[in-house]
Design a protein around this ligand. Sequence first.
Ligand code: AMP
Ligand code: ZN
Length: 467
Amino acid sequence: MKITFYNTLGRKKEDFIPLKGNEVRIYTCGPTVYNYAHIGNFRAYIFMDNLRRTLKYNGYQVKHVMNITDVGHLESDADEGEDKMIKAAKREKKDPYAIADFYTKAFFKDIQSLNIEVPEIIAKATEHIPEMQKMVEEILANGYAYETSKGIYFDISKLDQYPILSNRKMDEQIAGARVEVDPEKRNPYDFAIWIKADKNHIMKWESPWGLSYPGWHLECSAMSRKYLGDEFDIHTGGIDHIPTHHENEIAQSKGATGKIPARFWMHSEFLLIDGGKMSKSLNNTYTLENLKEKGIEPLAFKLFCYAANYRTKLNFTFEGALAAQKSLNRLREGYLKQKQGNTKVEEKELEEYKVKFLEAINDDLNIPQAMGIVWEIIRKTEKSKDYATLLEQFDQVLGLDLVHAEEYLKTQNAEVVMDEEVKQLVEKRDQARKEKNWALSDEIRDLLQQKGYVVKDTKEGTMIEKA
Ligand code: AMP
Ligand code: ZN
């Protein structure tokens, strides 16, 4: 059946056909491993999971690469600020490699708890320095870059079109730019592909341009090319990657190979919190662990994300996520009931459901519509193993791990009983704070601390973490 995906490059839905036979080659921009990933980040990886599962469900073989940024991602997407890894190393008084190792492991543990399939190839930036250097040399040799006292810069004026992905208007941005333009740059939007390290910089490598390190965008161009070739099928990332990171990736690849590396560029929208931006300074970035403390499983967060298409903004609230947890349990119970049913379902009816489901997912991953079909089947009054089998089949795409429904329901019940006392304390403390009864609030905090929890006050109320 036909598949259509929205392609940021053409700004419209386009029919998807792999470039080469039955294999789909995908590249996903992965995490910068300097901290725990937050639930907004995971919305992007849930989209990635839906995409690869949908392609596999359609019978394609998937060769999927995801990078791990463990060097070179400065605080801003342009070339300003400190390297995020080095900043984290200073904060935690650890070696940057130890930081990367710790948060990479944490990331994959979270990915596993979300039942997100791990891409076939995981590529770390620090393990691809020679490939990146070679690409810089090629870009220089092709006349698309130049050297300054700070590093090697990409010359955007050499391209036939820049920007190509975004609608960003260069002149307006330059006029409104907050930072002073580096006088050594030929064009204000030229960007560093290779950065000369100052004396105290920790992560740096020998190169023809002295001790230095890669610009953030370079790793994705070099690693996608190494594993997927000069041209592959799909490149994914979050919507924030469009104006700088992906724009510059395309520029670099064109500078080296003359080609736009991917045919489809797919981007997932942001997860908002209370209708606004998630940010560390607002203290409203939550991890999966924070959700678990409120009794929300990672898979319930995945189901929560299924309320909206990946291309629309989604507003996170704890009430919404708790409702998703309840829905997930209803889904599991409904599936188990179908599994015990003995009604025989006509092949024709099953086929119709299969077609409807496929139409939904193949229409630019319309997961909310696919979930509508799932709920229709769950609600069937005549229970049937045939329906359960159908749900298992659909779950190959949804990845809600329905086959283990019984185990999840059991462990959840056990946890609820165990944590009831703690939950009541949290509620009592929130009430005390509402009533400005600070003495009681402090008393309960001490009690929670004695029970081994770290207590944090947030806009959402008391949050606790196991110490
Ligand atoms: P980073 O580790 O900062 O490079 O981000 C990892 C992924 O998370 C990228 O694909 C971002 O686009 C995505 N991302 C960051 N913040 C959000 C958010 N609030 N909602 C959805 N995706 C996000
Ligand atoms: Zn990237």
